[in-house]
Design a protein around this ligand. Structure first.
Ligand code: SAH
Ligand code: SF4
Ligand code: F3S
Length: 473
């Protein structure tokens, strides 16, 4: 069969199909899909679920666009720029399709949910549109697209968690993996499109999460990141046994799989993170001492407009609490510059909270109005883009300073590092992370260490983004 596949047909993508239909098998068997993901880790994790569904239909993944029968874009709507990037990419795909009319282009993810049939009907950019809760219907829609019908399913669900689907790991280093523990979001942060694109919050069956993490460990993975928009509101109630599982319980159970399996999670909403979670983190060495705790703004007035439901004082007391339980805990944040009506004084409050929280790292953005959100309905996007840009620059400059200070505080300290692979810059160096999620690069020795090994590394130097070290034997 392989020989036949490398044979003489002009349209290579159809070789397997022709042969298989001749011998009476499903023609779908040798088809290839290409998937590109944008946005948050949840989207990347969803692409692995999509890959699993497609594999069940006989598709195999390819990284080469030119040999793909099915091209999927898993998209993000969080800021306007994210959507523009995807539109550009779709136009490129359209050009490829001119030469390969049989190719099917599908839009997945948050843009599919937000724009529904717009890119399908009005702009004719895609053949399929499938929202984040409808991936099980992908095979049916692909078949319909194959016979020229445009397919769309953007129904959101209150139950779908894809709990029974074992993700096919894409672009994996074989050491670290994402595991979705919940979907959707019930918070209504005024700036945010996620509740509209991802629907209501629902938690995944705890046993299926534990099983997935255990399987990962047994196949050589050494780190799992539990994913949800708001992991602290994870709650699973097993109707049969009557047991309920909170996020703290779940962390404890995943942590118990093996001391050699590191556990991370993201994202924590400051209003929901509990002492129970902090206690479990502190009690288990393998639960990483790192919390992503997005503040968004440091001004109480803006936080209220954003509907974040906490004040700066509450936020700072959470940061203190984290450090009480775990003095060495890494903390990072998300920050938005130039939300509606933000004044210079509000902006200064943000810089002040950053200083006080001493973030190791932050993701920083200019506010981008999203249609349909509470902010778009209620407030004016009245901070000019120049002011947004200036404020963002100040925020970035401050974060760079804080990151460097944080790394300098680590000079001379020794950390346990999980090796993830070669350093990007040199094959003579390993790249790994410490528990606090900082990247450490160090020279390889001839001592049998490999990807997935743990080793102790003393920090000898640093840049703003990386720690440099030496193995301490
Ligand atoms: N669930 C996570 C974040 C999801 S979105 C949380 O609650 O923190 C990731 C980040 O994108 C947000 O934390 C926010 O900082 C940013 N973001 C969301 N909507 C945005 C918008 N309209 N403009 C700019 N940044 C935005
Ligand atoms: Fe968006 Fe807020 Fe939900 Fe995060 S918690 S996904 S920012 S609505
Ligand atoms: Fe983007 Fe959707 Fe994630 S909007 S950030 S891909 S939930």
């Amino acid at each position: 069969m392989q020989t036949f596949l490398t044979g003489k047909f002009q349209d290579e993508s159809r070789q397997g199909e022709v042969y298989l239909s001749e011998i009476g098998l499903s023609p779908i068997s040798f088809k290839k899909f290409f998937i590109e993901s944008y946005g948050c880790q949840m989207n990347f994790s969803d692409s692995e679920i999509v890959a699993s569904i497609l594999q069940g239909e006989g598709y195999s993944a390819t990284k080469d666009l030119d040999e793909a029968d099915l091209v999927l874009l898993n998209t993000c709507s969080i800021r306007e720029k994210a959507e523009q990037t995807v539109r550009k990419r779709l136009t490129e795909f359209r050009k490829v399709k001119l030469h390969r009319p049989g190719m099917v282009i599908g839009l997945l993810g948050c843009m599919a949910e937000r724009l529904k049939s717009k890119l399908l009907e009005e702009e004719q950019l895609v053949d399929l549109v499938i929202g984040p809760d409808a991936y099980r219907t992908l095979p049916q829609l692909i078949k319909e697209a194959g016979i020229g019908q445009k397919g769309i399913n953007v129904l959101l669900s209150r139950e779908e968690t894809y709990a029974d689907i074992a993700p096919v790991r894409l672009n994996s280093n074989g050491i670290t993996a994402f595991v979705s523990i919940m979907r959707g979001c019930n918070n209504m942060c005024a700036f945010c499109v996620v509740p509209f694109t991802r629907g209501r919050e629902r938690s995944r069956d705890a046993d299926s999460i534990i099983n997935e993490c255990r399987d990962l460990f047994n196949t050589g993975y050494r780190e799992v990141t539990l994913l949800g928009q708001n992991v602290d509101s994870y709650y699973w109630n097993d109707g049969q046994s009557g047991t309920s599982v909170t996020f703290a319980d779940l962390l404890d159970r995943v942590g118990a799989i093996s001391p050699l399996l590191r556990v991370r999670f993201s994202t924590s909403h400051p209003k929901d993170i509990t002492d129970d979670v902090l206690r479990i983190m502190a009690s288990r060495e393998n639960i990483c001492k790192y919390i992503h705790l997005p503040v968004q703004s440091g001004s109480n007035r803006i936080l209220q407009l954003m509907n974040r439901t906490y004040t700066r004082e509450w936020y700072l007391s959470k940061v203190d609490r984290i450090r009480e339980f775990m003095p060495d805990c890494g903390i990072s944040s998300d920050i938005i510059a130039g939300f509606c009506s933000e004044s210079d004084a509000d902006h200064s409050d943000t810089l002040d909270v950053m200083q006080k929280s001493r973030y190791d790292f932050s993701y920083m953005f200019m506010y981008s109005e999203r249609p349909g959100t509470l902010a778009a309905k209620r407030f004016k996007d009245d901070v000019t883009s120049d002011v947004k840009k200036d404020r963002l620059e100040e925020i970035v400059a401050l974060q760079n300073k804080l990151s460097l200070e944080s790394n300098k505080r680590d000079l001379g300290k020794t950390f346990t590092v999980l090796i993830e692979g070669d350093s990007k810059r040199s094959e003579r160096h390993w790249m790994g992370r410490n528990s606090q999620n900082k990247v450490i690069v160090f020279l390889k020795q001839n001592d049998g260490l490999q990807k997935g090994s743990y080793t102790r590394v003393i920090v000898t130097d640093c840049t703003q983004g990386t720690l440099l070290g030496e193995q301490s034997n």
